[in-house]
Design a binder for this molecule. Sequence first.
Ligand code: SF4
Ligand code: SF4
Length: 118
Amino acid sequence: MAAKRRAKAPENGLLIDYEYCTGCYACQVACQQEHRWPAGMGGIRVQEIVQNLPNDKSYLTYIPFPTELCVLCAARTRKGQQPACVQHCMAACMKYGRIEDLAKEMTKPRMVLWAPRG
Ligand code: SF4
Ligand code: SF4
C-alpha cells in the first residue's frame, strides 16, 4: 500500500480581517485581471452571507475567501510587490505574509488565516 503523502506546512498565506469588508469585489476583480482568469474563475471569491436572526432581523456579512486557484501572486511577491487582491482592497482587509507572523496578528474576532495547499 502506498504511503500517504504528508502535506508540507505552508510558509505564506493571507490574513483576512473581514470585519470591515464592504463587499465591493475589488479584490475579486483585481485577481481576475492580474491572472487573466475567464469569467467565473479566480483566486478569490467574495461571499455574501445573510444570517436570519430572531425577531425578523438579519445580519449581512461579506467575506473574501481564497479559492483553489490562488497562487498567492507568486510572480508579484517575488518582486517585493503585494498580491493584487491585497493591494486593491481599500478597506485593508487582507494582509500577505508568513503564516507564523500572521498568526501572531490574529488578535481580534472576525479574522481568518488562510494558506494554499502545498
Ligand atoms: S493572492 Fe493573488 S492569486 Fe491569490 S487571491 Fe489574491 S490576487 Fe488572487
Ligand atoms: S476584501 Fe476589500 S476589496 Fe474585497 S470585497 Fe472586501 S472590502 Fe472589497
